[in-house]
Design a protein. Structure first.
Lengths: 129, 249
């Protein structure tokens, strides 16, 4: 069974969670600055290498819809590759982000059996499963 | 079972206009509702520092992929005008977060992840900024900002005074509010004008059970002595710095 949960514009968090809004009217963010695509994930997370805006706004030119999960699948283990800390289970690689105040894990593209660098947060359109 | 969680926020926010601020006209309040809200808002805003215990319960499926009710509890501290810290210490998602006038620090202790993002300004400004960009707020921030009434009534189309009801043995005024796609209720103690419970309910789009989340408040302390260190979230050793996905995608 598949359930679709749609949240209206006034989505908000009451106790550290994304929730329907109490208050906070429909306010749109004005201008989101572009992000350095070359910056490594850790640098983006730490606001280094000109990636400061990615952690603030995440605006990115291209976007891709990706699956996200609140938990790791059974058997997932930490896996470091080229200085980036992924999680690996079988041939699948995942990388964590915060979304709605919670840690979510995104499936990472794999090329030649190895994970590609995680996308900038601003490039991610996420579906939570 | 697969649960898909679709965010309409980005599209709708964009429709609202990239440079405009759209505010729903404030609902007309009856005298009793206005009196209760004013009393609560004035009491909370008048305290230079605050401490409150929070217990939150979310119905099954409230969070995608979690088909059991979720409960967590913790403590929220405020020092006006620009500091707020929350430590949710129990439940299956222990997290800490703090606003300090410049940044928001968020730590997920279970996942061993953390993020620090810019969040300058007072609590109200920072909370709005975080919400607009990342789609969430620090715990019960709508009650703890410097102007709670103003924030809570934004988007409210209808407000009703329901009557009195006992919450944990405390007589409370019960208020009900309607917004687009959301209804919520608030219980405010008649004795001290402090909130004791808030419940939010919203319908699912496919005719399923309405989803709800509630928070009970206890052990309110107004103007307690707080230290600067109370608003510092320590990042655990080994925690991974990660990015926050914005909602404006």
């Amino acid at each position: 069974m598949k359930t679709t949960l749609s949240i209206a514009l006034t989505s908000i968090m009451i106790i550290g969670e994304m929730l329907p809004a109490i208050g906070v009217a429909t306010v749109a963010v004005a201008v989101l600055a572009p992000v350095s695509v070359e910056a490594a994930p850790i640098d983006r997370a730490m606001g280094r290498q000109g990636a400061r805006d990615s952690r603030q706004t995440g605006r990115q030119v291209s976007q891709a819809r990706r699956r996200g999960y609140y938990g790791l699948p059974g058997g997932a283990v930490p896996y470091a590759y080229r200085g980036i800390n992924y999680y690996r289970v079988g041939g699948r690689y995942m990388y964590p982000y915060f979304y709605g105040g919670r840690t979510v894990y995104i499936d990472i593209d794999v090329v030649g059996g190895y994970p590609v660098p995680p996308p900038a947060a601003g490039s991610i359109n996420i579906d939570i499963y | 079972m697969k649960t898909k969680y679709t965010m309409l926020v980005p599209a709708l926010a964009l429709m609202a206009g990239l440079t405009s601020c759209v505010t729903t006209p404030e609902a007309k309040l009856d005298d009793k509702t206005a009196s209760v809200l004013d009393g609560m808002s004035d009491k909370l805003a008048g305290a230079k520092t605050l401490s409150v215990n929070v217990k939150r319960t979310a119905s099954p499926d409230f969070f995608a992929g979690t088909n059991i009710a979720e409960s967590t509890s913790g403590t929220v501290l405020v020092q006006r005008p620009d500091k707020l810290a929350a430590r949710m210490q129990s439940g299956n998602a222990p997290r800490s977060m703090a606003l300090n006038g410049n940044t928001l620090t968020l730590v997920d202790h279970a996942a061993q992840t953390h993020a620090v993002v810019d969040a300058p300004g007072d609590i109200d400004t920072a909370v709005r900024s975080i919400y607009e960009t990342f789609g969430f707020m620090p715990p019960v921030a709508e009650l703890l900002v410097n102007d709670p009434k103003a924030l809570m009534l934004e988007g409210v189309r209808q407000a009703t005074y329901v009557g009195t009801q006992s919450i944990g043995g405390v007589e409370c005024d019960r208020l009900a509010f309607q917004q687009d796609g959301l209804s919520w209720q608030l219980w405010v103690a008649t004795s001290d004008s402090l909130p004791r419970r808030i419940v939010q309910t919203y319908p699912t789009v496919e005719g399923g059970k309405p989803l709800n989340i509630s928070a009970d408040f206890s052990n309110w302390k107004l103007n307690p002595a707080l230290k600067e260190s109370d608003f510092v979230v320590k990042i655990p050793s080994g925690s991974q710095a990660i990015e926050m996905i914005p909602i404006m995608n």
